[in-house]
Design a binder for this molecule. Structure first.
Ligand code: FES
Length: 256
């Protein structure tokens, strides 16, 4: 008999999944208990897909890549915001039934699916692109914008964001002040600020120099704890605070 080294699926039996989903027709949440067959490789997302296929076709679940890249399957599993495709049933279900709910920091649409319109509006508001004084440079493919490894490393850790929205869901400020720009958008604001190719640094800092942006962050750090990609939005926002204070001391923007 082949030895089980954990590299091939093996049956570990059944898991109990409690799904709290929004019934958009009834306008209220409903809670349903399901028992699903699982192996050591089954994720929470696999279980939800199985539930939808075999028991509850009305259950709405958003997903795409199933490998932690697209950010579509963000939800709350056992009270913690996380990607359902990265949550292994064998781990999160160790202590009993697994509860699954939609994220709470985004408006609910239906089932386990939340609305990202506001999230992407905020993302766009920080101008998530490299600003150049001469916009025509964007179309000049002959020109090369070189960066050293050190220059690249200042923004690269913040460029890993997959826009799953988990950081916003975890943020206590975002959950109490809907005007707050939130950790995702602010971290992306810093990502472009820190890019040596960007020529809009002063304008960026001034755009975010408000109580609903950079200064709204209370440094709870929950955003960085839940990020599945290891981005550290809390650090990015503290860097924005430092850079904004320096920018003010130096008399503000000289950029046009
Ligand atoms: S389905 Fe793409 S991150 Fe989970």
């Amino acid at each position: 008999m082949a030895k089980d080294d954990g590299s091939t699926p093996s049956s570990i039996g059944e898991a109990e999944i409690v799904v709290r989903a929004f019934d958009s027709e009834a306008g209220q949440f409903r809670r349903r208990h399901h028992t699903v067959k699982v192996t050591n490789f089954t994720t929470v997302l696999d279980s939800l897909i199985s539930i939808k296929e075999k028991e509850d076709p009305s259950l709405s679940v958003r997903y795409s890549c199933r490998m932690g890249i697209c950010g579509s399957c963000a939800m709350v599993v056992n009270g913690k915001p996380r990607l359902a495709c990265e949550a292994m049933v064998s781990k999160v279900g160790r202590a009993g039934p697994i509860t699954v709910e939609p994220m709470r920091g985004h408006p609910i649409l239906r089932g386990l699916v939340t609305d990202f319109d506001e999230f992407f509006d905020k993302h766009r508001s920080v101008k998530p692109w490299v600003m150049r004084n001469n916009p025509q440079e964007r179309f000049n493919t002959a020109k090369e914008f070189k960066q050293t490894d050190e220059e690249r490393d200042t923004f690269l850790p913040f460029a890993e964001c997959i826009k799953c929205g988990l950081c916003v869901d975890a943020c206590p400020v975002s959950n109490t002040n809907k005007e707050f720009l939130g950790p995702q958008a602010l971290a992306q604001g810093y990502r472009y600020y820190a890019d040596s190719k960007d020529q809009g640094k002063g304008r960026r800092l001034e755009l975010l120099d408000t109580m609903d942006a950079t200064w709204g962050c209370e440094f709870a750090g929950a955003c960085s704890e839940v990020c599945p990609k290891g981005v550290d939005p809390a650090l990015a926002i503290q860097m924005l605070k430092v850079e904004t204070a320096k920018h003010r001391l130096l008399g503000g923007s000289k950029e046009k």
